[in-house]
Write a protein that binds this ligand. Structure first.
Ligand SMILES: Cc1ncc(COP(=O)(O)O)c(C=O)c1O
Length: 450
């Protein structure tokens, strides 16, 4: 039996790999079900399958690949590190690569966040950084509970799952902690049934609830939120609402954790999504793109919270040298090449085009997002509209559109309530021609499936 991997797998070999995956891997696998392809090569936004077909990748590792697949700058950083003989795995020991990564990361953050901050390197997943941030604030405040929002996604480990909103993945498990669920503003699926005005109501509700001695909320260790909810269906919070959350938490001594695992590194049209509103959180949770396509996760927090003891949040894989090198190279490239600004520009252009399409195709209920974190909610226009005029979500149509996209060489995943939101998370390096190709294929797929 050959122990080498045939990366130039022929179509038949690809079929065999898929068959073996179906029989050997877990029933909990996800993307593998949506995209039955065997990628053998990838470059930029293009992925080539074992069947020789090429796809434009609007999933990009669930938003991880800011520079797309195998960007030369990332490959060069990895090769240079490999050739240098640097140790590849080092727990949390000091290395030149980690030192450079930390310097680059802090330089990329808003000055008010980076000043007098500390960085904790976590196990290399966003969910572990969420656990660390919650634990940090529990330690600092001596309190236990957390405030979290409807539609939130923070990961799959116990604490992160407790603050996540998705009932489908939470329900079968014991609760990971005491969490007060608060309404996240969502103009299209407004929790108050009043549309965009709901953001103001949300802020009022949060403030009054926290001040109500009979409101049932024991003073919490932290509030955690996303600036743009990703898995929750691409829901950007209004800047004014975010500033209200900052004010409300600051006035009540509640640390604010902002989860930028998905929204960071230029994705929303600013290097960090907090920059749009100017809020300064007490902690930021970062992962995905900061590792330049390799696993890495950190919490950056204000130094006055740094009262936990050595080993309070440990993890074997905190010192991935290659991820530090690839991540630093990515952060530098995004900043030097104005990719956040380009994401803002392209995001506006894509939203305009999709809104044009919405006028023609009533199955498009809503188009929303910020920068290159975009969502298209598909609805059943024959269904009864709610008080905001939104028709029921159409998850079956969304599944058909996803498949039709794949047939047309476009990888687009679903998310949001009922999995009815098409999510566009292309690399920030997407070219103008690729934007046109994505929109053409998407429009064609929706039209053909509706
Ligand atoms: C906002 C946010 N937080 C946390 C996570 C969890 O990250 P990971 O899947 O690396 O554990 C995700 C993953 O999609 C996310 O989008």
């Amino acid at each position: 039996m050959s122990l080498t991997v045939d990366t130039a797998a022929a179509p038949a070999a690809g079929e065999a790999i898929l068959r073996r995956q179906r029989t050997r891997e877990s029933a909990a696998r996800t993307y593998a079900r949506s995209f039955p392809i065997v990628p053998v090569r990838a470059n930029g936004m293009t992925v080539e399958g074992a069947d020789g077909r090429r796809y434009l990748d609007c999933l990009a590792g669930a938003g991880t690949l800011a520079l797309g697949h195998n960007h030369p700058v990332v490959l060069e950083a990895i090769r240079r590190t490999l050739d240098s003989g640097a140790p590849l795995h080092l727990l949390d020991l000091a290395t030149a690569e980690k030192d450079d990564f930390t310097t680059t990361l802090l330089a990329s953050l808003p000055a008010a966040v980076a000043d007098r901050s500390r960085v904790h390197f976590c196990g290399p997943a966003g969910t572990d950084a969420v656990e660390a941030a919650l634990k940090l604030m529990q330690t600092a405040t001596g309190r236990r509970g957390a405030l979290a929002f409807t539609g939130a996604y923070h990961g799959m480990t116990a604490g992160a799952l407790a603050v996540t909103g998705n009932v489908g993945v939470k329900a079968p498990l014991p609760s990971g902690g005491e969490v007060t669920r608060l309404p996240y503003p969502h103009a299209y699926r407004c929790p108050f049934g009043v549309g965009a005005k709901g953001a103001e109501l949300s802020a009022t509700y949060v403030e009054r609830l926290l001040d109500d001695p009979s409101g049932g909320v024991v003073p919490p260790a932290a509030m955690i939120l996303e600036v743009v909810q990703g898995e929750g269906g691409v829901v950007p919070a209004p800047d004014g609402w975010l500033r209200e959350m900052r004010r409300i938490t600051a006035e009540r001594g509640i640390p604010l954790i902002v989860d930028e695992v998905q929204s960071g590194v230029g994705r929303t049209g600013a290097m960090w999504a907090v920059e749009h509103s100017g809020i300064v959180p007490d902690a930021m949770v970062l992962s995905k793109a900061i590792g330049g396509s390799l696993p890495l996760a950190v919490v950056v927090y204000r130094e006055e919270y740094d009262g936990w003891r050595p080993g309070a949040h440990a993890g074997t894989f905190r010192g991935n040298t290659l991820a530090m090198a690839a991540g630093a190279a990515t952060l530098r490239y995004v900043a030097a090449n104005g990719l956040a600004e380009r994401a803002a520009l392209l995001g506006t252009r894509i939203i305009d085009r999709l809104n044009g399409l919405k006028e023609r195709l009533p199955v498009i209920g809503d188009v929303r997002g910020r920068g290159l974190m975009l969502g298209v909610e598909l609805v059943d226009p024959s269904g009864e509209p709610d008080s905001c005029g939104a028709h029921p979500a159409d998850p079956q149509l969304a599944v058909r559109v996803r498949a039709a996209c794949l047939q047309r060489g476009l990888i687009v995943e679903l998310g949001g309530r009922h999995d009815a939101v098409l999510r566009l998370l292309p690399p920030l390096t997407i070219t103008d021609e690729q934007v046109e190709a994505v929109l053409d294929r998407l429009a064609d797929a929706i039209e053909a499936s509706a």
